[in-house]
Design a protein around this ligand. Structure first.
Ligand code: SAM
Length: 186
């Protein structure tokens, strides 16, 4: 499936508009403050963070603030309207540590061993993000000892167990509803 091409489709971008409004609603901010969830992933100053499926940026801007000017956040999403929206928000907030790419996370084209934390927040399970292709790519881009952080809503559908079974990541724990894994060395 050519996810990057699908992400440019006018029809799909219109179809996903209402989901975007829900994802950035006040109710969601109130129910699950993004900084609290991000702290469960261990996001902190100076890190390079890869956010897979950055959507409308619910986690993007708070994460960029938490890593500070010495950190770098890369958001990846194939849906062009979502990416444009987040880029506007980043510009308006005057943040210069964020890059948002219209790209498929299965082939990030990022440099190997360049990322401290990968955020898989609200993106699993997803038909265009099969674990057998996503996990090897996340393993490739993470630095040795890097963290894979997964937040799912409302149920986990066996995803944490599947990640452990892959042998690419070892489970660390769960905090603020976020499962964390360490990249294993082969
Ligand atoms: C349910 S939304 C979650 C958005 C955001 N993480 C949040 O929690 O608000 C899932 C996002 O994953 C993106 N996505 C789907 N397939 C993808 C892929 N192959 N690579 C990167 N992002 C993808 C979708 O376009 C969508 O924006």
């Amino acid at each position: 499936m050519d996810t990057e091409r699908l992400g440019q489709s006018r029809f799909l971008n219109i179809l996903f508009k209402p989901a975007g409004w829900l994802m950035e609603s006040r109710l969601r901010h109130w129910l699950m403050p993004p900084r609290k969830t991000l702290s469960g992933a261990g996001v902190g100053p100076g890190q390079t963070v890869l956010e897979v499926g950055s959507g409308t940026g619910f986690f993007t801007l708070p994460a960029a603030e938490m890593i500070g000017e010495t950190g770098r956040l890369i958001g990846i999403d194939p849906l062009s309207d979502y990416v444009d929206r987040v880029q506007n928000k980043v510009r308006e907030a005057g943040l210069n540590n964020v890059t948002v790419l219209k790209r498929d996370a299965l082939d990030t084209k990022l440099v190997a061993a360049s990322v401290d934390v990968v955020l898989l927040f609200g993106v699993l399970p997803y038909p265009t993000l099969p674990l057998d292709k996503l996990l090897p790519e996340m393993h490739r881009v993470l630095k040795a000892g890097g963290t894979l952080a997964v937040w799912m809503f409302p149920v986990s559908f066996g995803v944490p167990e599947a990640i452990s079974r892959s042998g690419l990541f070892a489970r660390l724990g769960k905090k603020n509803s976020v499962y964390t894994f360490r990249r294993t060395e082969n």
